[in-house]
Design a protein around this ligand. Structure first.
Ligand code: GLU
Length: 483
């Protein structure tokens, strides 16, 4: 194990967002690449917004992605005494102070800042309270917050491994709250206390936290901690460069999962959001990523979210997936769509495997796969309208289908080889092209005009189903079709 120790610190206030998952991935890659340690920390001090069910979901999403950790999870809500002790230390060293200002008392200043379009900065009213003032506030029953004393001048520089030096004027920062009036720490305080106490060597997180970093550095300096290194990874924006939101489609790992993306494909896609393995490579496995990952190669500029690329990557993984694995992954999607109609087939592993292999080339997600495989699980599908015109309405189609049906009687079981032979023979003797027989047969068996090889479909459906469907099509052509 090296000295490298990183952490992933989600707040359990919602599902794992793609931005958070990408942060987890980059931490994971860095830890693995450097043979370091990945700590999992749950930032759950916002008691109102944090929920246990989200903790479970976060953990489940990370497991599904295959991103494990080495230490934790630690819960900040169970470490509250650590933060109060550190705050006490700052108070006793006069690096922090109690502030009794009420929200109302600060309101006019906030209002002024808003009107002047400036960032509100706490004016430092309670910096030098006299004992009698404190007593008076206490007597009123006011509950104080604790603020960190920030130098009025000078700069705080973030040495970022991705962005180099980013400098902040201390005069643009105020004496911010480290412990709220309910005794709970703020994010900035709890986060850096944990990072330093847990000996985190590198804080890798989203760029949206860059503006928090000077505050955290000032806390760390006040507490006399050794400073960790920082790496702020770029934002993920929507194609129109706006903030990514629900209207841009799936944004949480859970949503991607239920849309039928494979975890390996999502991990592959996320790796490309802000990092490139080089040589224009777009398909890369987790172990290859580990071998090539380098924080210095992470982009500074925002990454653009592109679902068509994700679908393309997913399609590739689906084709490459081992059939057993793909069948297992596809089963919940098939069950959701067809379990009530074709319950028995859902337990027939061999059948599911054959179906999945037959259609996987044509689908980009498991959901799409389950949709295009409908005729393997449903008998009462409609016939494609254009297909009806092109195939069923052609003179002689019924006779072709009838001949095929009766010739099938001679075969014990259907295989793609013996059905192909039969087709060749029938077409030669009937003096029709293979296409002339295949078109209506496909429509009769699947309701569609395109799909996997028709002989494979016949093998998978089996003799009884094929015969039944030919009969259904013959009946349809003879009785239901307006000519
Ligand atoms: N809990 C914070 C978040 O989810 C962690 C940020 C950090 O990595 O410091 O945004």
């Amino acid at each position: 194990m090296s000295e490298v120790k990183v952490r992933f610190a989600p707040s359990p206030t919602g599902e794992l967002h793609i931005g958070g998952a990408r942060t987890a991935l980059f931490n994971y890659l860095y830890a693995k690449a450097e043979e370091g340690t990945l700590v999992m920390r749950i930032d759950d001090t916002d008691l109102e917004r944090s929920r246990e069910e989200y903790v479970d979901k976060l953990i489940e999403s990370l497991h599904w992605l295959g991103l494990g950790w080495d230490e934790g999870p630690y819960f900040q809500s169970k470490r509250l005494d650590v933060y109060s002790n550190e705050a006490e230390r700052l108070l006793s060293e006069k690096k922090a102070y109690y502030c009794y200002c009420s929200v109302d008392e600060l309101a006019s200043g906030r209002e002024r800042a808003r009107n002047e379009n400036k960032q509100y900065l706490y004016p430092g009213n309670c910096r030098d309270l006299r004992d009698n003032q404190v007593e008076a506030f206490e007597a009123e029953g006011r509950k104080p917050v604790i603020r960190l004393l920030i130098p009025d001048t000078g700069t705080t520089v973030v040495n970022d491994l991705i962005r180099d030096k980013v400098s902040f004027n201390n005069s643009d920062l105020d004496d911010f709250i480290i412990i709220k009036s309910n005794g709970l720490p703020t994010y900035n305080f709890a986060s850096i206390v944990d990072d330093c106490k847990m000996n985190i060597s590198h804080i890798i997180r989203g760029e949206e936290h860059l503006s928090n970093t000077p505050r955290q550095l000032l806390c760390a300096k006040a507490l006399g901690y050794k400073l960790p290194a920082f790496a702020h990874v770029p934002m993920i924006l929507a194609p129109d460069r706006s903030k990514l939101s629900k209207r841009h489609g799936a944004t949480s790992v859970e949503e991607f999962r239920s849309e039928g993306y494979l975890p390996e494909a999502l991990v592959n896609y996320m790796a490309l959001l802000g990092w490139a393995p080089g040589e224009d490579r777009e398909l890369i496995t987790l172990s290859e990523m580990i071998a090539l990952f380098n924080l210095g190669k992470v982009n500074k500029t925002a990454a653009i979210y592109d679902t068509s690329k994700l679908s393309w990557i997913n399609g590739n993984y689906m084709r490459e997936y081992d059939t057993d694995k793909l069948a297992k992954a596809a089963l919940p999607f098939l069950k959701e769509k067809y379990a009530t109609e074709n319950h028995g087939k859902m337990k027939d592993e061999e059948y599911i495997k054959k179906v999945v292999s037959a259609v996987k080339e044509r689908a980009k997600t498991l959901k799409e796969l389950s949709e295009i495989a409908d005729y393997f699980f449903k008998d009462n599908f409609d016939y494609d309208e254009k297909g009806v015109k092109k195939n069923f309405k052609k003179e002689g189609t019924v006779d072709l289908l009838k001949t095929l049906k009766s010739e099938l009687k001679g075969l014990d079981i259907l295989t793609s080889a013996n059905t192909e032979e039969l087709f060749v023979r029938l077409c030669e003797s009937g003096k029709v092209s293979l296409g002339r027989l295949m078109g209506p047969t496909r429509l009769a068996l699947t309701g569609k005009t395109g799909g996997p090889a028709i002989f494979d479909i016949m093998e998978i459906l089996g003799k009884d189903k094929v015969t039944e469907r030919l009969e259904r099509a013959i009946y349809y052509i003879e009785n239901m079709m307006d000519s």
